[in-house]
Ligand binder design. Structure first.
Ligand SMILES: [Zn+2]
Length: 362
């Protein structure tokens, strides 16, 4: 690391150069959802953490270039861009570019990628429309780079949340919808649909029908287990259901918002199987793990009893699932205990009403 501890690197490119991640095109670990600061990533050149299993090669995307990004064609006028942690997509049209999401970690590389692609295909490079998948800063925090004149489009709840957040980097969408919006620009079309809350109350499904592509963010993680606690989703039963909503739509290619490669229907099916296995294991755990020892151990400390019980239940739920998926889904050993907790606490206990030993009426 070239930056002094506590001093943020001057730019993401400088940061990546310091870690060696840009040249290697590999995950530098731990950047999801966090700001890029020297204090957050004070470690030296990337060395894989020794206590986690290696990442299967199939989970990784193409190497990024010297600027720290990769841009590729999906089909026709639809392209995607990644820094190997986040993904966005854009449609080049006769009248300008429609961009979906503006992750701050890709930042100015969005403009570099769009400039390079439109120079090659002869279409105008101006970004005229910016679609927000949802309000979270880690996916749209570079919105401000596209100036005051870009037409921002999102769910009506996205506008409500962004008015609340009052973040200058994320201007609220000017064009909003509740259920469905067809966006046609310069002969190209995106279909925007809301199927209820899942990861957030405003997360939408974005389809490019001519290119058989779906973009839905923070729901499916191609090649990897879901991020901590099932993508820190606000509604776990609806997040689980959102996986099935995705499968009910016609598409061949998935832009998932995270990590460094595109997804397939097989990727989505594998994650659905992982979550179903977690659910079955959670149910078995609820039926077999009794909290009596924790009452004995912690006496009148109710929170300590619950913490010990939930920690033990999460570990017991995760163990067979981690063993089954390690080698097939990257980082199964990193987040499966956290994912088991989300499954247990929400899908089963408080939303599902499956309370195990805590559901027996006195
Ligand atoms: Zn999010």
């Amino acid at each position: 690391m070239t930056a002094e501890a506590g001093a943020p690197p001057a730019s993401r490119r400088a940061f990546l150069a310091g870690t060696g991640a840009a040249a290697a095109g590999v995950a530098a670990a731990g950047l999801l959802g966090g700001p890029l600061t020297g204090t957050a990533r004070a470690a030296g050149p990337v060395c894989p953490p020794g206590n986690f299993a290696p990442i299967p090669g199939s989970a990784l995307g193409p190497p990024v270039n010297a600027d720290g990004y990769f841009a590729g064609q999906i089909k026709g006028d639809l392209y995607w861009v990644t820094d190997s942690f986040y993904t966005a997509m854009f449609l080049t049209t006769r009248h300008g570019v429609v961009l979906v999401d503006a992750p701050p970690t890709i930042g100015h590389n969005l403009l570099r990628a769009i400039g390079a692609v439109t120079q090659a295909n002869g279409r105008p490079s101006q970004v005229t429309h910016l679609v927000y998948s949802h309000s979270h800063a880690d996916h749209i925090g570079a919105s401000i780079l596209f100036g005051p004149d870009v037409v921002r489009i999102g769910h009506s709840e996205c506008r409500t949340l962004l008015l609340r957040d009052n973040d200058p980097n994320r201007p609220p969408p000017d064009v909003t919808f509740d259920d469905h919006f067809t966006l046609t620009v310069g002969g190209e079309t995106l279909l925007l649909d809301f199927h209820g809350p899942n990861h957030t109350p405003d997360n939408i499904f974005i389809r490019a029908p001519a290119q058989q592509t779906l973009m839905v963010v923070d729901v499916i993680f191609p090649g990897w287990v879901p991020f901590k606690q099932l993508a820190v989703s606000q509604d776990i039963p609806d997040w689980i259901q959102a996986q099935d909503v995705a499968m009910s739509l016609p598409w061949d290619t998935l832009v998932a918002g995270h990590l460094g490669r595109l997804g397939t229907r097989d990727d989505a099916e594998l994650q659905i199987a992982y979550v179903a296995d977690l659910q079955a294991s959670a149910q078995a755990t609820m039926a077999s793990l009794y909290p009596a020892p924790f009452f004995e151990q912690f006496g009148n400390n109710a929170w300590a009893i619950f913490k010990a019980y939930l920690d033990a239940a999460s570990a017991q739920t995760a163990a067979p699932v981690t063993a089954k998926y390690l080698g097939n889904l990257a980082a199964a050993d990193v987040f499966t205990v956290d994912n088991a907790f989300a499954l247990l606490e929400f899908a089963l206990r408080v939303d599902g009403g499956v309370l195990g030993p805590f559901g027996i009426h006195p």
